[in-house]
Design a protein around this ligand. Structure first.
Ligand SMILES: [Zn+2]
Length: 216
């Protein structure tokens, strides 16, 4: 899929929810079917690790394998349907001014920080820590075992010709956003990535803005 840029006509002043996630923090929100959800990369080059769940049955979660298979492409962009582990559409990307989002890089963790960087990086805050903190007392029944492979919005993880992955500087920029329509009631779980050891956040984690509009 080639990157397609499509702006949205929705007005932030009309949003029913408008919240900023501080750099390095988690965020969780329930969306109703038909609502539109936008994530804005306020300062640019910020990775936004995101999981989605069926709100009525959180054991059904976003599935990278179902999504990649359904669209026949590795990266997410305009028109991508985010598929569930049961093969059902959870959300559809309806506007995108960034052009490409990662499906494969996963979430940073103390384990990956240790293996990729150094033993003394083990204690650094990670997306996995954010997911665990967010679900510690959640009202949706989410458990540790539900933390499946996530999307990295705005993150640039190209697949090399020999099948490896590289973490590159972002292709996003200040104010770029991605917007999606909920195809069923979903729970959104975000880790606004605190990673400081690779260029996914330009070595400088920054806030992102989340907006929700009711169905037209
Ligand atoms: Zn991370």
């Amino acid at each position: 899929m080639s990157a397609t840029i499509q702006a949205s006509a929705l007005d932030p002043a009309q949003a029913t929810l408008d919240e900023t996630i501080p750099a390095g923090e988690p965020w969780m929100q329930r969306l109703s079917k038909g609502q539109i959800f936008r994530i804005v990369d306020l300062e640019g080059n910020q990775a936004v690790d995101t999981l989605f769940f069926n709100a009525d049955d959180p054991e059904e979660h976003y599935s990278l394998t179902h999504t990649i298979q359904a669209q026949g492409a590795l990266y997410l962009g305009l028109g991508s349907v985010l598929m569930s582990s049961e093969g059902r559409p959870l959300l559809t990307i309806v506007a995108d001014t960034c052009g490409r989002h990662d499906t494969l890089g996963g979430a940073c963790s103390c384990e990956s920080n240790t293996v990729r960087y150094a033993l003394e990086k083990r204690a650094m805050h990670s997306c996995r820590d954010n997911f665990m903190a967010a679900i510690a007392h959640n009202p949706y029944g989410l458990h540790k075992r539900d933390m499946a492979s996530n999307i990295n919005f705005f993150m640039n993880v190209p697949v090399t010709p020999n099948g490896g992955l590289t973490f590159e500087d972002g292709i996003s920029a200040p104010g770029k956003y991605v917007e999606m329509r909920a195809e069923t009631d979903v729970i959104v779980l975000v880790s606004n990535c605190p990673q400081l050891n690779n260029p996914c956040n330009a070595y400088n984690p920054t806030p992102v803005r989340c907006l929700v509009w009711d169905a037209a």
